[in-house]
Design a protein around this ligand. Sequence first.
Ligand SMILES: Cc1cc2nc3c(=O)[nH]c(=O)nc-3n(C[C@H](O)[C@H](O)[C@H](O)COP(=O)(O)OP(=O)(O)OC[C@H]3O[C@@H](n4cnc5c(N)ncnc54)[C@H](O)[C@@H]3O)c2cc1C
Length: 600
Amino acid sequence: MKKVGLIGYGYWGKILHQKLKHLSDVKFICTSKDNYYSKLKDVDWVFVATTNQSHYDVVKKCLWAGKNVFCEKPLTPNFEESKKLFKLAKILNVKLFIDEVFWYRSELIDIHHLFSHSPKELKCTWEKYGRSDYRNYVPASFHNLMYHDLYLLQIYLKDKDLKSVNVIDKFNKLHFKAKFDDVEVEFLYDRKDKNKDTHSISGIDLKRSSEDALSKMIKQVLEGSVCFEYNQERALFASQMIDEFKKRIYKSVAVVGGGIFGCTTAWKLSEQGYNVDLFEKNDNIISQASNINQYRLHRGYHYPRSKETARQSIWGETSFIKEYGDALVNGKIEHYYCIAKEDSLVNAKQYWTFLNEMNLPYKEKKLDFIHENVVDLVVQVKEFLFDSNRLRKICWDKLKEYNVNVNLNTKYIDSIYNDDDYVINSTYANSNQLLSEDKQKDYQFELCEKPVIKLPEQYKNKSVVIMDGPFMCIDPYGDTGLHVMGNVVHAIHSTNVGKFPEYDSKFDELLNKGIVKNPSITNIDKFIESAKKFFIDIDKAEHIGSMFTFRTVLPNRDKDDARPTLVEQTGNNQFTLFSGKIGTCIDTSKKLINLIKSNG
Ligand SMILES: Cc1cc2nc3c(=O)[nH]c(=O)nc-3n(C[C@H](O)[C@H](O)[C@H](O)COP(=O)(O)OP(=O)(O)OC[C@H]3O[C@@H](n4cnc5c(N)ncnc54)[C@H](O)[C@@H]3O)c2cc1C
């Protein structure tokens, strides 16, 4: 019996295992995250049933280890990568086989019989109620369902040219007609109808089968009695056709800016079927304001002077948690808002009224690490902080899952990349750069410092905001045990109102560099000095380093401190997102998608 290893033990991995244990000697089962590399020496074949996005890396490693590979379909989410892997298998003289289970069904004879009559019209229909991610992500049908029909059709269509594609429905189901020379094929894939369960090619029923085609295929693959060359041709045909259909059916979008707004918009658009390129000028996503901020997932408590911002925050929180909940910092953190006795723009009574009007729950408290005589009110509330490293990781997973083409180290310049159907400008501090002069707006640019400090034990897991004026806050910094400090006055090293940020070049070595230890410029002494009035023993804080970035806000909003998130059409095919608060990113991307759809 051939010795095999199985990488990937989800839904399909478990089905494969049921067959493999009768047909081979299964030496190991693991996931793509385990260290499978050291186990490869014990096997002849590796069966890969991990996520589509991980196939390229996993299969490549197994091929380099000199192993024969059976990979679940599709080999990779795009044709070019699949081609590379087949080429590598050839160079390394190992076998690479892609699952094509319907090829091993007895109906194949009927299908070939159908083709022998040179039909001018064909119809592929597959209606199968899908799990929510498949139901809602219509383009998932390309690889999940259509792939099978395409390798069955390959023998008939391989020498014909794709002339045209006529879309019937691309948002609720995948339904279109494709003309290959003089042959028209109608494709219909519907995952939303609970009552339907069909699969057929021009009346040949592929739904019901009592035969065990999967075992038949695996057995022949392990025996070496399949034609690997034809399997490769069919896999590449299916993959190439899917790339081509996607290109013709869905519009292309360039999303500029890999902050949380750009990343979210990119994967959300891709989820809707758009072919999305994300451009980020830095060497990673989430590297500017989305990486350096106060990490508060606002629920509204911060904005007693702008109910609009408070409302946007409340609405945004739920949708943010649904998609990015794993980025939230541990639930042990206690959150406090304090109203300062002097110089506050909102007094205790006004704050109570605001909280009650907005239905924001709170409990009055006394804190033993805050000087008693300087605050009029302390409330404990429920709010969250997020960890930007985890946020980045989730964004990468989503971008990969939805097959967004990410271009790092690529500064988007309109005159170079201008062949997309839509351009989304989500560049925050750089928003005006992509706009024509008449569309450019004034912003207030604030070059901010965020000190990272180690505080005495009594501050552990405490987030405290002193409101509402020229004050400060301290918040736990992820799970590090450290805190980040905010200060309305001393955090800002320079401010300008205009089209672009203006600042002294001596900040270049500090801006967007993460935590800079012993920074050449810092206001840390001023942060601590002003905090001493409120926080007991704050002068015992150890300064670990500081982070620097630009905050960009609408000008002249000092009176209400509003931070609205805006979505605007700024050109024929161009939209600009301007971010107020991070929690609004999901709602904003949905708004944008509706705007694009209403544009045709
Ligand atoms: C000090 C500070 C504290 C804050 N605190 C909070 C808080 O606690 N909670 C909250 O909700 N919000 C907070 N904010 C606001 C929040 O950080 C921003 O609203 C949000 O991060 C902006 O996200 P973004 O994706 O629009 O921008 P960014 O994260 O800045 O991303 C824009 C990206 O565009 C890229 N880019 C620019 N031009 C180009 C180009 N031509 N080609 C390619 N790429 C380009 C940049 O490199 C950057 O990566 C704070 C902001 C600051 C600065």
